[in-house]
Design a protein around this ligand. Sequence first.
Ligand code: NAD
Length: 386
Amino acid sequence: MSSQIILPRILQVGEHASLAVADILASMGCSRALIVTDNMMVKLGYVANITKVLEQQHITFDVFSDTVPEPTVASIQAGVEMARAGDYDGMIALGGGSSIDSAKAIAMLAQYGGDMKDYRFPRIVNEPGVPLIAIPTTAGTGSEATRVTIITDETNDEKMLCIGTGFMPVAALVDYTLTISVPARTTADTGIDALTHAIEAYVSKKANVYSDTQAIAAMKLIAPNLRKVYQNGEDQQARELMMLGSTLAGVAFSNASVALVHGMSRPIGAFFHVPHGLSNAMLLPDVTEYSIPAAPGRYADCARAMGIAAPQDSDQQANKKLLTELKALNEELSVPTPEQFGIDKKEFFSVCPTMAEQALASGSPGNNPRVPSAEELVSMYQALWD
Ligand code: NAD
Protein backbone atom coordinates (compact mmCIF):
# COMPACT_ATOMS: atom_id res chain seq x y z
CA MET A 1 0.00 0.00 0.00
CA SER A 2 1.23 3.51 -0.71
CA SER A 3 0.38 6.89 0.84
CA GLN A 4 -0.12 10.12 -1.04
CA ILE A 5 1.82 12.94 0.65
CA ILE A 6 0.69 16.52 0.08
CA LEU A 7 3.09 19.35 0.92
CA PRO A 8 3.63 23.03 0.10
CA ARG A 9 5.71 23.42 -3.07
CA ILE A 10 8.21 25.65 -1.25
CA LEU A 11 9.31 25.53 2.40
CA GLN A 12 11.54 28.45 3.37
CA VAL A 13 12.80 27.81 6.91
CA GLY A 14 14.85 29.91 9.32
CA GLU A 15 15.68 33.43 10.44
CA HIS A 16 13.90 36.06 8.27
CA ALA A 17 12.44 33.41 5.94
CA SER A 18 9.34 35.63 5.74
CA LEU A 19 11.25 38.25 3.75
CA ALA A 20 11.59 35.79 0.85
CA VAL A 21 7.91 36.35 0.13
CA ALA A 22 8.44 38.91 -2.63
CA ASP A 23 10.99 36.81 -4.54
CA ILE A 24 8.73 33.78 -4.28
CA LEU A 25 5.67 35.69 -5.52
CA ALA A 26 7.71 37.10 -8.39
CA SER A 27 9.00 33.62 -9.30
CA MET A 28 5.38 32.47 -9.49
CA GLY A 29 4.56 35.31 -11.85
CA CYS A 30 2.33 37.05 -9.31
CA SER A 31 2.20 40.83 -9.43
CA ARG A 32 -0.86 41.78 -7.36
CA ALA A 33 -1.21 40.35 -3.86
CA LEU A 34 -3.76 40.46 -1.07
CA ILE A 35 -2.28 40.26 2.43
CA VAL A 36 -4.65 38.58 4.91
CA THR A 37 -3.69 39.25 8.51
CA ASP A 38 -4.87 40.69 11.83
CA ASN A 39 -4.43 44.02 13.59
CA MET A 40 -1.76 42.66 15.92
CA MET A 41 0.50 41.99 12.91
CA VAL A 42 0.00 45.57 11.77
CA LYS A 43 0.78 46.88 15.26
CA LEU A 44 3.93 44.75 15.60
CA GLY A 45 5.25 46.11 12.28
CA TYR A 46 5.24 42.66 10.67
CA VAL A 47 2.92 43.79 7.87
CA ALA A 48 5.18 46.77 7.12
CA ASN A 49 8.20 44.44 6.85
CA ILE A 50 6.36 42.42 4.22
CA THR A 51 5.00 45.38 2.27
CA LYS A 52 8.51 46.88 2.13
CA VAL A 53 9.93 43.85 0.29
CA LEU A 54 6.87 43.71 -1.98
CA GLU A 55 7.44 47.34 -2.98
CA GLN A 56 11.09 46.57 -3.76
CA GLN A 57 9.87 43.87 -6.19
CA HIS A 58 7.18 46.19 -7.63
CA ILE A 59 4.41 43.89 -6.48
CA THR A 60 1.23 45.84 -5.74
CA PHE A 61 -0.83 44.82 -2.72
CA ASP A 62 -3.84 45.46 -0.53
CA VAL A 63 -4.20 44.50 3.12
CA PHE A 64 -7.18 42.84 4.80
CA SER A 65 -6.26 43.06 8.48
CA ASP A 66 -9.59 42.19 10.11
CA THR A 67 -9.18 38.45 10.68
CA VAL A 68 -10.16 37.34 14.19
CA PRO A 69 -9.04 34.49 16.47
CA GLU A 70 -11.01 31.30 15.75
CA PRO A 71 -12.50 32.74 12.50
CA THR A 72 -16.21 32.59 11.70
CA VAL A 73 -18.11 32.74 8.42
CA ALA A 74 -19.07 36.37 9.14
CA SER A 75 -15.51 37.38 10.08
CA ILE A 76 -14.12 36.47 6.65
CA GLN A 77 -16.98 37.95 4.60
CA ALA A 78 -15.39 41.37 4.05
CA GLY A 79 -12.14 39.63 3.04
CA VAL A 80 -14.00 37.49 0.48
CA GLU A 81 -15.61 40.62 -1.01
CA MET A 82 -12.25 42.38 -1.15
CA ALA A 83 -10.62 39.36 -2.83
CA ARG A 84 -13.44 39.09 -5.40
CA ALA A 85 -13.23 42.77 -6.28
CA GLY A 86 -9.44 42.95 -6.44
CA ASP A 87 -8.37 40.53 -9.16
CA TYR A 88 -5.38 39.31 -7.12
CA ASP A 89 -3.05 36.67 -8.54
CA GLY A 90 -1.52 35.79 -5.17
CA MET A 91 -2.39 35.89 -1.50
CA ILE A 92 -0.20 36.18 1.60
CA ALA A 93 -1.44 34.91 4.95
CA LEU A 94 0.47 36.47 7.84
CA GLY A 95 -0.39 35.53 11.42
CA GLY A 96 -1.39 32.62 13.61
CA GLY A 97 -3.58 29.75 12.50
CA SER A 98 -6.61 32.03 12.56
CA SER A 99 -5.22 34.38 9.91
CA ILE A 100 -3.91 31.50 7.79
CA ASP A 101 -7.21 29.61 7.97
CA SER A 102 -9.10 32.81 7.13
CA ALA A 103 -6.88 33.34 4.09
CA LYS A 104 -7.36 29.75 2.91
CA ALA A 105 -11.13 30.15 3.10
CA ILE A 106 -11.05 33.57 1.42
CA ALA A 107 -8.83 32.21 -1.40
CA MET A 108 -11.34 29.42 -2.05
CA LEU A 109 -14.57 31.45 -1.76
CA ALA A 110 -13.12 34.26 -3.90
CA GLN A 111 -12.42 31.80 -6.69
CA TYR A 112 -15.47 29.52 -6.60
CA GLY A 113 -18.18 31.30 -4.56
CA GLY A 114 -20.80 29.50 -2.49
CA ASP A 115 -20.98 29.25 1.30
CA MET A 116 -18.23 27.94 3.55
CA LYS A 117 -20.47 25.10 4.69
CA ASP A 118 -20.51 23.81 1.08
CA TYR A 119 -16.80 23.06 1.53
CA ARG A 120 -16.88 21.23 4.85
CA PHE A 121 -15.91 17.60 5.47
CA PRO A 122 -16.79 14.97 4.15
CA ARG A 123 -16.39 16.90 0.88
CA ILE A 124 -12.75 16.79 -0.25
CA VAL A 125 -11.84 20.16 -1.76
CA ASN A 126 -9.14 19.66 -4.37
CA GLU A 127 -9.89 22.70 -6.57
CA PRO A 128 -7.00 25.17 -6.50
CA GLY A 129 -7.90 28.58 -5.01
CA VAL A 130 -5.87 31.78 -5.44
CA PRO A 131 -2.20 30.74 -4.79
CA LEU A 132 -1.43 31.31 -1.12
CA ILE A 133 1.87 31.92 0.67
CA ALA A 134 1.53 31.27 4.41
CA ILE A 135 3.72 32.97 7.01
CA PRO A 136 2.95 31.61 10.49
CA THR A 137 3.59 33.75 13.56
CA THR A 138 2.72 31.10 16.16
CA ALA A 139 4.22 27.65 16.76
CA GLY A 140 1.51 26.50 16.35
CA THR A 141 -1.18 25.08 14.26
CA GLY A 142 1.07 24.03 11.39
CA SER A 143 -1.65 25.44 9.10
CA GLU A 144 1.09 26.74 6.80
CA ALA A 145 1.73 23.11 5.81
CA THR A 146 -1.72 21.51 6.11
CA ARG A 147 -4.54 20.92 3.64
CA VAL A 148 -7.00 22.00 6.27
CA THR A 149 -8.94 25.09 7.24
CA ILE A 150 -11.31 25.48 10.17
CA ILE A 151 -14.07 28.09 10.06
CA THR A 152 -16.86 28.34 12.64
CA ASP A 153 -20.48 28.46 11.52
CA GLU A 154 -21.84 30.94 14.05
CA THR A 155 -25.45 29.96 13.33
CA ASN A 156 -24.98 26.63 15.13
CA ASP A 157 -21.59 27.11 16.85
CA GLU A 158 -19.96 24.42 14.72
CA LYS A 159 -16.26 24.52 13.93
CA MET A 160 -16.37 23.30 10.32
CA LEU A 161 -13.41 21.19 9.30
CA CYS A 162 -12.60 21.69 5.62
CA ILE A 163 -10.04 19.43 3.96
CA GLY A 164 -8.40 19.06 0.57
CA THR A 165 -5.40 19.92 -1.58
CA GLY A 166 -7.13 23.19 -2.44
CA PHE A 167 -6.34 24.44 1.07
CA MET A 168 -2.60 23.66 0.89
CA PRO A 169 -0.48 26.82 0.62
CA VAL A 170 1.92 26.83 -2.33
CA ALA A 171 4.66 28.13 -0.04
CA ALA A 172 5.22 28.18 3.73
CA LEU A 173 7.74 30.69 5.08
CA VAL A 174 8.68 29.41 8.53
CA ASP A 175 10.39 32.32 10.29
CA TYR A 176 10.81 31.76 14.03
CA THR A 177 11.81 35.39 14.65
CA LEU A 178 8.13 36.30 14.24
CA THR A 179 7.23 34.15 17.27
CA ILE A 180 9.47 35.99 19.76
CA SER A 181 6.61 38.44 20.43
CA VAL A 182 4.01 35.76 21.22
CA PRO A 183 2.82 36.21 24.85
CA ALA A 184 3.45 33.36 27.31
CA ARG A 185 -0.18 32.17 27.48
CA THR A 186 -0.50 31.91 23.69
CA THR A 187 3.00 30.35 23.50
CA ALA A 188 1.81 27.59 25.84
CA ASP A 189 -1.54 27.03 24.13
CA THR A 190 -0.11 26.94 20.62
CA GLY A 191 2.83 24.77 21.72
CA ILE A 192 0.52 22.16 23.22
CA ASP A 193 -1.52 22.27 20.02
CA ALA A 194 1.62 21.40 18.05
CA LEU A 195 2.55 18.61 20.45
CA THR A 196 -0.98 17.22 20.20
CA HIS A 197 -0.78 17.25 16.39
CA ALA A 198 2.41 15.18 16.51
CA ILE A 199 1.06 12.65 19.05
CA GLU A 200 -2.32 12.29 17.31
CA ALA A 201 -0.72 11.91 13.87
CA TYR A 202 1.48 9.14 15.28
CA VAL A 203 -1.33 7.18 16.96
CA SER A 204 -3.86 7.85 14.17
CA LYS A 205 -5.33 4.90 12.28
CA LYS A 206 -4.29 6.81 9.15
CA ALA A 207 -0.62 7.03 10.20
CA ASN A 208 1.88 5.93 7.57
CA VAL A 209 5.65 5.61 7.46
CA TYR A 210 6.05 9.14 6.11
CA SER A 211 3.79 10.82 8.68
CA ASP A 212 5.45 8.76 11.44
CA THR A 213 8.89 10.17 10.61
CA GLN A 214 7.56 13.74 10.66
CA ALA A 215 5.59 13.16 13.88
CA ILE A 216 8.56 11.68 15.74
CA ALA A 217 10.86 14.48 14.54
CA ALA A 218 8.26 17.03 15.67
CA MET A 219 7.97 15.49 19.16
CA LYS A 220 11.78 15.52 19.50
CA LEU A 221 11.81 19.23 18.70
CA ILE A 222 8.75 20.32 20.67
CA ALA A 223 8.91 18.35 23.93
CA PRO A 224 12.27 19.67 25.23
CA ASN A 225 11.57 23.25 24.15
CA LEU A 226 7.97 23.97 25.13
CA ARG A 227 8.72 24.81 28.77
CA LYS A 228 11.74 26.88 27.66
CA VAL A 229 9.74 29.18 25.33
CA TYR A 230 7.00 29.53 27.94
CA GLN A 231 9.47 30.55 30.63
CA ASN A 232 11.65 32.72 28.38
CA GLY A 233 10.06 33.93 25.17
CA GLU A 234 13.38 35.48 24.10
CA ASP A 235 15.13 32.10 23.90
CA GLN A 236 15.91 32.22 20.17
CA GLN A 237 17.14 28.66 19.86
CA ALA A 238 14.11 27.20 21.62
CA ARG A 239 11.80 29.40 19.50
CA GLU A 240 13.52 28.15 16.34
CA LEU A 241 13.17 24.50 17.28
CA MET A 242 9.52 24.95 18.36
CA MET A 243 8.68 26.67 15.07
CA LEU A 244 10.18 23.88 12.97
CA GLY A 245 8.56 21.28 15.23
CA SER A 246 5.19 22.92 14.74
CA THR A 247 5.51 22.87 10.93
CA LEU A 248 6.60 19.22 10.94
CA ALA A 249 3.69 18.34 13.25
CA GLY A 250 1.40 20.03 10.71
CA VAL A 251 2.96 17.99 7.90
CA ALA A 252 2.48 14.84 10.00
CA PHE A 253 -1.19 15.28 10.81
CA SER A 254 -2.11 16.71 7.40
CA ASN A 255 -0.77 13.48 5.85
CA ALA A 256 -2.30 11.20 8.50
CA SER A 257 -5.02 12.85 10.59
CA VAL A 258 -5.73 14.20 14.01
CA ALA A 259 -7.85 12.09 16.33
CA LEU A 260 -9.97 12.17 19.46
CA VAL A 261 -8.38 15.18 21.24
CA HIS A 262 -9.05 17.43 18.25
CA GLY A 263 -12.46 15.93 17.63
CA MET A 264 -13.54 16.74 21.20
CA SER A 265 -11.67 20.04 21.34
CA ARG A 266 -13.34 21.84 18.41
CA PRO A 267 -16.86 21.87 19.94
CA ILE A 268 -15.49 23.18 23.27
CA GLY A 269 -13.79 25.97 21.34
CA ALA A 270 -16.89 26.79 19.34
CA PHE A 271 -19.38 26.77 22.24
CA PHE A 272 -17.25 28.37 24.95
CA HIS A 273 -14.70 30.42 22.98
CA VAL A 274 -11.74 28.56 24.41
CA PRO A 275 -8.59 29.08 22.29
CA HIS A 276 -7.94 25.98 20.21
CA GLY A 277 -4.65 24.97 21.84
CA LEU A 278 -6.06 25.45 25.31
CA SER A 279 -9.05 23.17 24.78
CA ASN A 280 -6.63 20.57 23.37
CA ALA A 281 -4.50 20.93 26.51
CA MET A 282 -7.53 20.44 28.77
CA LEU A 283 -8.28 17.15 27.00
CA LEU A 284 -4.84 15.71 26.20
CA PRO A 285 -4.05 13.87 29.48
CA ASP A 286 -7.50 12.24 29.86
CA VAL A 287 -7.88 11.29 26.21
CA THR A 288 -4.36 9.81 26.19
CA GLU A 289 -5.19 7.73 29.28
CA TYR A 290 -8.39 6.50 27.60
CA SER A 291 -6.59 5.64 24.35
CA ILE A 292 -3.36 3.99 25.56
CA PRO A 293 -4.87 0.48 26.02
CA ALA A 294 -5.66 0.35 22.28
CA ALA A 295 -2.14 1.34 21.13
CA PRO A 296 0.34 0.92 24.01
CA GLY A 297 3.37 0.54 21.73
CA ARG A 298 2.60 3.68 19.75
CA TYR A 299 2.10 5.85 22.83
CA ALA A 300 5.29 4.42 24.35
CA ASP A 301 7.16 5.48 21.19
CA CYS A 302 5.83 9.01 21.78
CA ALA A 303 7.15 8.99 25.34
CA ARG A 304 10.56 7.90 24.09
CA ALA A 305 10.63 10.50 21.28
CA MET A 306 9.69 13.20 23.79
CA GLY A 307 12.71 12.17 25.86
CA ILE A 308 10.70 11.33 28.97
CA ALA A 309 11.09 7.54 28.77
CA ALA A 310 14.34 5.64 28.28
CA PRO A 311 14.76 3.30 25.29
CA GLN A 312 14.97 0.33 27.71
CA ASP A 313 11.71 1.21 29.52
CA SER A 314 8.87 -1.23 28.91
CA ASP A 315 5.84 0.13 27.04
CA GLN A 316 3.94 0.09 30.31
CA GLN A 317 6.63 2.11 32.11
CA ALA A 318 6.91 4.53 29.19
CA ASN A 319 3.15 5.11 29.10
CA LYS A 320 3.04 5.77 32.83
CA LYS A 321 5.74 8.39 32.33
CA LEU A 322 3.82 9.87 29.39
CA LEU A 323 0.70 10.43 31.50
CA THR A 324 2.74 11.90 34.35
CA GLU A 325 4.46 14.25 31.90
CA LEU A 326 1.26 15.45 30.21
CA LYS A 327 -0.26 16.27 33.60
CA ALA A 328 2.93 18.01 34.78
CA LEU A 329 3.10 20.00 31.54
CA ASN A 330 -0.44 21.31 32.02
CA GLU A 331 0.41 22.26 35.58
CA GLU A 332 3.63 24.06 34.65
CA LEU A 333 2.02 25.85 31.72
CA SER A 334 -0.87 26.91 33.99
CA VAL A 335 -3.54 25.28 31.82
CA PRO A 336 -6.86 26.09 33.48
CA THR A 337 -9.66 23.59 34.02
CA PRO A 338 -12.93 24.43 32.23
CA GLU A 339 -14.17 25.80 35.56
CA GLN A 340 -11.07 27.98 36.06
CA PHE A 341 -11.48 29.22 32.49
CA GLY A 342 -14.89 30.54 33.55
CA ILE A 343 -17.18 28.06 31.81
CA ASP A 344 -20.57 27.57 33.44
CA LYS A 345 -20.91 23.91 34.46
CA LYS A 346 -24.66 23.69 33.85
CA GLU A 347 -24.32 25.19 30.40
CA PHE A 348 -21.41 22.85 29.63
CA PHE A 349 -23.34 19.77 30.70
CA SER A 350 -26.41 20.85 28.73
CA VAL A 351 -24.46 20.89 25.43
CA CYS A 352 -22.42 17.72 26.03
CA PRO A 353 -24.70 15.59 23.79
CA THR A 354 -24.45 18.17 20.97
CA MET A 355 -20.67 18.43 21.40
CA ALA A 356 -20.43 14.61 21.26
CA GLU A 357 -22.51 14.58 18.08
CA GLN A 358 -20.38 17.31 16.44
CA ALA A 359 -17.17 15.59 17.51
CA LEU A 360 -18.25 12.31 15.89
CA ALA A 361 -19.49 14.09 12.73
CA SER A 362 -16.06 15.72 12.24
CA GLY A 363 -14.61 12.26 11.59
CA SER A 364 -11.58 12.84 13.85
CA PRO A 365 -12.59 10.45 16.69
CA GLY A 366 -12.90 7.66 14.11
CA ASN A 367 -9.14 7.92 13.53
CA ASN A 368 -8.33 7.38 17.20
CA PRO A 369 -6.88 4.01 18.22
CA ARG A 370 -9.87 3.62 20.58
CA VAL A 371 -13.16 4.97 19.23
CA PRO A 372 -15.74 6.06 21.79
CA SER A 373 -19.52 5.86 21.40
CA ALA A 374 -21.60 9.04 21.70
CA GLU A 375 -22.45 8.08 25.30
CA GLU A 376 -18.78 7.56 26.16
CA LEU A 377 -17.96 10.94 24.65
CA VAL A 378 -20.55 12.62 26.86
CA SER A 379 -19.00 10.94 29.92
CA MET A 380 -15.52 12.04 28.82
CA TYR A 381 -16.69 15.66 28.48
CA GLN A 382 -18.32 15.48 31.89
CA ALA A 383 -15.20 13.92 33.43
CA LEU A 384 -13.29 17.14 32.70
CA TRP A 385 -15.08 18.54 35.74
CA ASP A 386 -13.93 15.78 38.11
P1 NAD B 1 -4.45 32.66 16.64
O1 NAD B 1 -4.05 32.77 15.22
O2 NAD B 1 -5.91 32.65 16.96
O3 NAD B 1 -3.74 33.80 17.48
C1 NAD B 1 -4.01 33.96 18.86
C2 NAD B 1 -3.65 35.38 19.27
O4 NAD B 1 -2.25 35.56 19.23
C3 NAD B 1 -4.25 36.44 18.35
O5 NAD B 1 -4.75 37.48 19.13
C4 NAD B 1 -3.06 36.90 17.52
O6 NAD B 1 -3.19 38.26 17.11
C5 NAD B 1 -1.93 36.72 18.48
N1 NAD B 1 -0.64 36.49 17.83
C6 NAD B 1 -0.37 35.65 16.81
N2 NAD B 1 0.93 35.70 16.50
C7 NAD B 1 1.51 36.60 17.32
C8 NAD B 1 2.83 37.10 17.48
N3 NAD B 1 3.82 36.65 16.73
N4 NAD B 1 3.06 38.02 18.44
C9 NAD B 1 2.05 38.47 19.24
N5 NAD B 1 0.78 38.03 19.14
C10 NAD B 1 0.51 37.11 18.19
O7 NAD B 1 -3.80 31.35 17.31
P2 NAD B 1 -3.38 29.96 16.69
O8 NAD B 1 -3.41 28.99 17.80
O9 NAD B 1 -2.15 30.08 15.89
O10 NAD B 1 -4.56 29.60 15.67
C11 NAD B 1 -5.76 29.06 16.13
C12 NAD B 1 -6.67 28.75 14.96
O11 NAD B 1 -6.05 27.80 14.08
C13 NAD B 1 -7.98 28.14 15.40
O12 NAD B 1 -9.05 28.70 14.66
C14 NAD B 1 -7.81 26.66 15.07
O13 NAD B 1 -9.05 26.02 14.83
C15 NAD B 1 -6.97 26.74 13.83
N6 NAD B 1 -6.18 25.53 13.51
C16 NAD B 1 -5.99 25.26 12.19
C17 NAD B 1 -5.28 24.16 11.80
C18 NAD B 1 -5.09 23.88 10.34
O14 NAD B 1 -4.42 22.92 9.97
N7 NAD B 1 -5.65 24.67 9.47
C19 NAD B 1 -4.70 23.32 12.77
C20 NAD B 1 -4.89 23.62 14.10
C21 NAD B 1 -5.62 24.74 14.46
